[in-house]
Ligand binder design. Structure first.
Ligand code: CA
Length: 155
């Protein structure tokens, strides 16, 4: 049975998502703040994470970045109320596999959950987002060292 972590501080939404997922045969755990979500995500053996962005403690973006930096490759679907392109792009660059803006229909979330689980099962190593990232930091060759040649030849 697939295990899904629901990181969501709004009880109503967490309960709504949990109820739907359980009815669809998933095992669920709710984390209602960012620190708990990060802990559970690292240690809980989850197959997928549904991650709200607006969380107490670490926000969802911070949780996500931390997980990806620690090479936790669990698929993540980001939930955000902030319906803006900038936030979405930030979420995807931070390593989200998919995202949804609130309010959303449960059917759509479920379809995305299933898709991500299938994709993860097929190609666990592939993260589309890791490719083609521009290298923003050019290598800086070390500047010339202070020359030692002008040593005073005092007598
Ligand atoms: Ca929230």
């Amino acid at each position: 049975m697939k295990r899904i972590l629901i990181a969501e501080d709004e009880e109503r939404i967490a309960a709504f998502v949990e109820k739907g997922l359980r009815a669809s045969g998933f095992t669920t755990t709710i984390a209602s703040d960012g620190d708990t979500a990060a802990d559970y995500a690292r240690t809980g053996g989850f197959d997928l994470i549904i991650l709200d962005i607006g969380l107490p403690g670490q926000d969802g973006f911070t949780v996500l970045r931390g997980l990806r930096e620690d090479r936790v490759t669990t698929p993540v679907i980001v939930l955000t109320a902030r319906d803006s392109v900038r936030d979405t792009v930030a979420g995807l660059e931070g390593g989200a596999d998919d995202w949804m803006t609130k309010p959303f229909r449960f059917d759509e979330l479920l379809a995305r959950v299933r898709l991500r689980l299938r994709t993860a099962a097929r190609a666990p190593e592939v993260t589309v987002l890791a490719q083609g990232r521009p290298q923003s930091r050019p290598a800086h060759p070390q500047g010339p060292r202070g020359t030692d040649l002008g040593r005073p030849d005092s007598t």
